[in-house]
Design a protein around this ligand. Structure first.
Ligand SMILES: [Zn+2]
Ligand SMILES: [Zn+2]
Ligand SMILES: [Zn+2]
Length: 133
């Protein structure tokens, strides 16, 4: 039995394609890989709201609490030093990677696109899923 090797950047991974949030990166990977056509609307796993895929990462800004000098992520409870740090952290909730032929392939869990580096998937999330009106 060969087990697939997966990587995640945060404890919990959001899968807006299926509307789930889970610690099981392999499960998210499976769901994301089944997505052949990028959806135009996805479901927020935190509040159940339907969101346009282009604005999904932007929507996640509301899922935090400001506590003293820090920003607490409502999804995983992690404390971040600033709103900018929180936004970077939010993007990390939206990617999983799979080891394929010795190379990590990164997936965007909002639209299912794949990337050859962690940096490129995080830039993609910023440019494609954090679009203001
Ligand atoms: Zn939400
Ligand atoms: Zn978090
Ligand atoms: Zn995407």
């Amino acid at each position: 039995m060969s087990q697939i090797q997966v990587q995640k950047l945060t404890k919990i991974v959001l899968c807006p394609i299926s509307g789930e949030m889970t610690e099981d990166a392999a499960k998210v990977l499976e769901q994301v890989k089944q997505c052949k056509i990028p959806p135009s609307k996805v479901k927020c796993p935190k509040c159940g709201q339907e969101i346009e895929a282009t604005k999904f990462a932007l929507h996640l800004i509301k899922h935090c609490r400001v506590s003293g000098k820090s920003v607490v992520c409502d999804i995983c409870g992690e404390k971040l030093k600033s709103m900018g740090d929180f936004m970077r952290h939010i993007r990390e909730h939206l990617t999983v990677a799979e080891l394929r032929n010795g190379m990590w392939v990164w997936y965007c869990t909002v639209c299912g696109r794949e990337f050859t580096s962690k940096k490129s998937v995080l830039v993609h999330i910023l440019k494609s899923h954090e679009v203001e009106k």
